[in-house]
Ligand binder design. Structure first.
Ligand SMILES: Cc1cc2nc3c(=O)[nH]c(=O)nc-3n(C[C@H](O)[C@H](O)[C@H](O)COP(=O)(O)OP(=O)(O)OC[C@H]3O[C@@H](n4cnc5c(N)ncnc54)[C@H](O)[C@@H]3O)c2cc1C
Ligand code: FES
Length: 272
């Protein structure tokens, strides 16, 4: 088990197309695996000959292999999405902070996801569902641009069967969509939140996280009960190169998950 500047070898054991541009890769170590990880952490995935990028772990903590969900937006992410079974991928990590979902023990755990933001939240959700008795309610609110852009769509029903309250909304419906239409913050109003007994974990585009956090503050949650996952360009992953600096934070070390107390002033700082 290593955290190293040198990538560990992993092979693609399977891949699942989530949406037209998003793929979940299932990876198995070819030698020593990376160290155990906790929900919220990320790895640096290296597509040989193309480059290395940070990607959150989307599979359950404790699994032998690694599950990571990638949206193709550029050269490296497209190469990873195109990886085929048995292909070798380099993995460094795990890096960063955790969601700390168990801090909601005895309370409501609220997860709010925008788009592919459901991927980094999934390990926290799976860990909470494995310990369902610890939490009063587990509420999952998911927003996607359209029904076709919904990731992990095949799992939503299973999460409901495991006693999570799962609500989904899309910005733009097609003719067959029977569900909610509108932004994810609209779902908050229906969640009957208990502001003093709720830990909220939010992941999605920054504007979505900001608006969701503001709505939660308006509902009475305090900043310390809200956590967000922040993204900036990363290179070393080990707090040495400074690429991921955001205000006083190095996000590879102090993030990606940070309390909204810390994140609120920083969300106004745009990456250069
Ligand atoms: C801690 C962390 C966790 C992440 N987890 C995931 C994940 O689970 N799944 C996933 O698909 N992506 C994730 N990302 C984003 C991912 O790292 C970027 O999409 C990737 O670096 C793009 O690299 P590229 O070479 O494919 O594209 P590039 O050519 O580098 O970029 C292509 C386009 O994407 C934009 N872009 C690059 N990086 C980001 C970013 N961090 N956020 C938003 N836009 C970006 C660029 O501005 C450009 O427009 C994460 C990023 C961080 C920092
Ligand atoms: S990525 Fe190098 S300091 Fe964070």
């Amino acid at each position: 088990m290593t955290i190293s500047a040198v990538p560990s070898g992993y092979r693609v054991s399977a891949s699942r197309q989530e949406t037209h541009d998003t793929v979940t890769l299932f990876l198995e170590p070819t030698g020593d695996p990376i160290a155990r990880y906790v929900p919220g952490q990320f790895t640096m995935l290296y597509a040989f000959g193309v480059g290395e990028i940070p990607i959150s772990i989307s599979g359950p903590a404790g699994e032998h292999g690694l599950t990571q969900t990638i949206r193709a937006v550029g050269a490296v992410s497209s190469a990873l999405c195109a990886a085929t079974p048995r292909q070798l991928i380099g993995v460094r990590g795990p890096f960063g902070t955790s969601w700390g979902e168990s801090d909601a023990t005895g309370q409501d755990l609220l997860l709010v996801a925008g788009g592919i933001g459901l991927a980094p939240l999934r390990p926290a959700l799976l860990a909470a569902l494995d310990q369902r008795h610890r939490y009063r309610r587990i509420i999952v609110l998911v927003g996607a641009r359209s029904p076709a852009e919904l990731v992990f769509a095949t799992e939503l029903q299973e999460w409901r069967q495991r006693d999570a309250c799962v609500e989904v909304t899309v910005d733009k419906a097609d003719g067959t969509w029977p569900g909610n239409v509108g932004v994810v913050t609209q779902l908050l109003g229906r969640a009957d939140l208990d502001p003093r007994q709720t830990l909220a974990l939010i992941c999605g585009p920054e504007v979505m996280m900001r608006l969701t956090a503001r709505a939660l503050l308006a509902a009475g949650l305090d900043r310390a009960s809200i956590r967000v996952s922040l993204e900036r360009n990363m290179q070393c992953g080990v707090a040495e190169c400074g690429h991921c600096q955001l205000g006083p934070l190095l996000l590879c070390r102090d993030g990606p998950v940070v309390s909204y107390q810390v994140a609120e002033p920083l969300l106004a700082i745009r990456e250069l």
